[in-house]
Design a protein around this ligand. Structure first.
Ligand code: V0D
Length: 229
């Protein structure tokens, strides 16, 4: 039923608010959000979705308090410590999308090891966008095309797309944003040209596999009604 869905993207918003509601420090919300990445990845894989693209950190977030940023940057290593073996058993492929060179070693290294260990898997592709910005991605693509001496008449949508950081990330069929905000916030821009958009008030740590399935069902209904594109 859902086999036409290739790529679902999610803006995982509301971790800080989740913690505040519970009287916990913001970091507790981020930790809970990390656990939910595991749940939603397994759910999406079970639904036969080809790839799940998650926005975990935007350049704007760098302005947050340094202790919070440090905590967040340690989450990838913790996530992989806790769940990599299980994700491998589920055939998940892990990929990092973003400016890697500006990530601290303790963040980048475990992710690159996970990429290497999962590259040959044939299950869902889990794209983790980290130190990623949609406008930055477009600027970097233009710079590289100029550096490569691409000629004006050679520039096409396909060539341009091949220069994007998220080049091997399929077009997004469905973009979900949790926590009530109805904005793109400099997440994928080029790749959402034909996406359906789905907004929910649920905070990311409260967004369950059931909620995810509901979003997918809603997408299927829209596709059946309008035939897509
Ligand atoms: C914080 C909600 C897992 C969003 C989820 C540094 C806010 C929890 C990862 C992760 C973050 C990244 C790469 C990877 C494996 C896991 C993660 C960040 C934030 C940005 F290969 N959770 N998580 N990355 N949060």
């Amino acid at each position: 039923m859902t086999n036409q869905i290739k790529n679902v993207a999610v803006i995982m918003d509301g971790n800080g608010r989740w913690a505040k509601k519970k009287g916990l420090p913001r970091t507790a919300g981020h930790l809970q959000g990390t656990k939910n990445i595991r749940n939603i990845t397994i759910a999406a894989n079970d639904l036969g979705i080809k790839s799940l693209t998650l926005y975990a950190f935007s350049t704007e977030n760098w302005k947050r308090e340094q202790s919070e940023v440090e905590y967040i940057m340690k989450l990838p290593a913790q996530f992989l410590d806790d769940y990599l073996e299980e994700l491998i058993e589920n055939n998940v492929v892990i990929k990092l999308i973003g400016e890697r060179d500006r990530l601290p070693e303790y963040t980048r290294k475990p992710i690159e090891e996970a990429e290497a260990r999962t590259a040959h898997n044939n299950g869902i592709i889990l794209n983790l966008c980290l130190n990623y910005g949609g406008q930055r991605e477009i600027v970097l693509a233009v710079k590289q095309m100029i550096a490569d001496g691409v000629k004006e008449e050679e520039v096409t949508e396909d060539l341009f797309a091949s220069y994007l950081m998220a080049a091997n990330c399929n077009p997004i069929d469905l973009l979900i944003r949790t926590s009530g905000e109805q904005r793109i916030s400099n997440f994928l821009l080029w790749q959402i040209a034909y996406s359906e958009l789905y907004f929910t008030d649920k905070l990311w740590p409260d967004f369950t596999a059931e909620d995810f399935k509901e979003a997918i069902l809603n997408f299927d209904k829209r596709e059946r009604r309008f035939g897509g594109r």
